[in-house]
Design a binder for this molecule. Structure first.
Ligand SMILES: Cc1cc2nc3c(=O)[nH]c(=O)nc-3n(C[C@H](O)[C@H](O)[C@H](O)COP(=O)(O)O)c2cc1C
Length: 241
């Protein structure tokens, strides 16, 4: 075990388990990071006409796919994938309950999207606003997708995927309740999100691959994140097979 891992485990081991002290005197975190800009409403995910697949089949077939066809993803499919990875099921008493679990229902992720090949959307960087189930264009430049590929150590599938999801942590949203241990929960939460994308990909006849081999600073810079309060945690591609 290397020193960095030891330090991480030491910092996040069984302490700070009582949530209350972390909250006292602190400003309540927002449920998602605000983002200004025009909203692009997404189709209602619950009523979409999408192929059905049994859960058993989706689990049995799930695997990482790194090659995609040139067929674009539809807005309906994108809407469904966003809902299935971070969509809000219910909002009550100042917390959200979503399609994925989260420690203490903190739901500390914001989803950024690098759109490459989605019908009706220009290429570039978008934010998914989970509470509104809408997209906000952040930077519609053609080169951002290939810059993301570079930041991900040249992993080529980013340039052929229809879209790449980047799950970004707002650490305060989690640490507000759990202190340093919140870092651990962020990474655990991320696994659930990615797994749902894998299952959704099976349903949509798409492929996905989880991506964690990347240059943190380069990805954070590309998204305009400070890398400390807000930082990228995990990525996932999605594209037609
Ligand atoms: C935490 C994590 C990080 C990963 N990072 C990458 C990555 O950066 N690039 C990649 O091609 N695959 C990545 N993968 C996918 C794994 O290589 C893949 O899951 C593994 O080879 C097993 O294949 P399967 O998913 O088809 O079962 C990652 C998977 C996980 C869980």
């Amino acid at each position: 075990m290397n020193d960095a891992v030891k330090k991480f485990l030491e910092a996040t081991k069984l302490k700070n388990m009582n949530p209350t002290p972390h909250k006292e005197g602190k400003e309540t975190p927002k449920l998602e990071t605000p983002c200004e800009g025009d909203r692009i409403p997404l189709p209602e995910p619950r009523s979409l006409d999408l192929p059905e697949i049994s859960l058993r089949a989706a689990i049995a077939k799930r695997h990482s796919v790194r090659k995609y066809s040139e067929q674009p993803l539809s807005m309906e499919e994108l809407s469904y994938a966003l809902w299935g990875t971070q969509g809000v099921r219910e909002q009550k008493s100042g917390v959200t309950f979503r399609t994925v679990p989260s420690a203490g229902a903190r739901h500390a992720f914001d989803t950024y999207l690098l759109v490459n090949n989605v019908t009706g959307l220009k290429r570039g960087l978008y934010r998914y606003m989970a509470l509104e189930h809408a997209l906000v264009p952040v930077a519609l430049d053609e080169k951002r997708v290939s810059k993301l590929k570079d930041a991900c150590l040249g992993q080529k599938m980013i340039e052929t995927a229809a879209v790449t999801f980047v799950w970004v942590a707002d650490i305060y949203r989690m640490a507000y309740r759990y202190g340093e241990r919140g870092y651990r929960y962020i990474f655990l939460d991320a696994g659930h999100v990615s797994q749902n994308l894998y299952l959704i990909a099976e349903q949509l006849h798409c492929g996905t691959v989880a991506i964690a081999a990347y240059d943190d600073d380069a990805v954070n810079d590309l998204l305009g994140l400070d890398g400390e309060k807000y930082f990228s945690v995990y990525l996932g591609t999605l594209g037609k097979r």
